[in-house]
Design a binder for this molecule. Sequence first.
Ligand SMILES: Nc1ncnc2c1ncn2[C@@H]1O[C@H](COP(=O)(O)OP(=O)(O)OP(=O)(O)O)[C@@H](O)[C@H]1O
Length: 252
Amino acid sequence: MMDPAMDRTRPAGTASPAGAVLLELDHVDAGYGDAIVLEQLSLRIEAGRSLAVLGRNGVGKTTLLETIVGNTRLMGGALRWQGRDITSMAPNQRARGGIGWVPQEREAFPSLTVQENLTVVACPGPWTLARVYDLFPRLRERRRNFGNELSGGEQQMLVIARALMTNPKLLLLDEPMEGLAPIVVEELSAAIRRLHDEEGLTSIVVEQHPIIALAMTQDVIVLERGQIIHHAPSAELARDGEALDRLLGVTA
Ligand SMILES: Nc1ncnc2c1ncn2[C@@H]1O[C@H](COP(=O)(O)OP(=O)(O)OP(=O)(O)O)[C@@H](O)[C@H]1O
């Protein structure tokens, strides 16, 4: 029988009122092979909150997302999803349970049209084709183009839209702005801000550019060597030039 916490037939959001803890990492040690990357990492994500994950290169930001989706080796601690232990749950079951994942690679299905890319993954819930096209009007214009006929920015919009079509309860975004032109970064960050501010999407965003990440999220963690060294409201860190410089080497 399906675990009720993993039941995707329930529309996203209905099982998790704002403020309820959706995901909890409890003293997690995780990594690859024998190498521990995340050490004793504890974190709670409440429904309706957006979290930026910042830190210098190689500190474990992507590994944190990979651990949540179930792609790393867990060596200690526990993961709980809506209060239930998912520590040994397979990645595909976590996805079915509502953990949506937009990896860095930005891979749209190349031989499907934009529209087919979106409809092929659709699950019941508030996100429909019409709504993702409203969020990304460029995808509506390009709906008959194939996945491999899109610009980098359009591909990123498509993979985010595709993840939304699965109606996740939590969306994980790994460096969505990477390699995109400034004008596209602006368009995309405005759309992600809308997802957070107007749609109440629960998300975790790994981002290299602190200023962009802080402007689009409510909370932030800074990682160093696989541990959280700072956890604050994003607006607070954005205002604190000294902390930005000390934690991330950002000079205002
Ligand atoms: N598949 C893997 N197998 C083995 N080690 C890995 C693997 N992926 C990452 N690592 C190692 O884990 C550590 C953390 O990497 P991770 O990609 O999580 O950092 P990051 O903070 O996302 O870095 P960046 O900002 O450069 O993307 C690094 O030392 C990296 O070499």
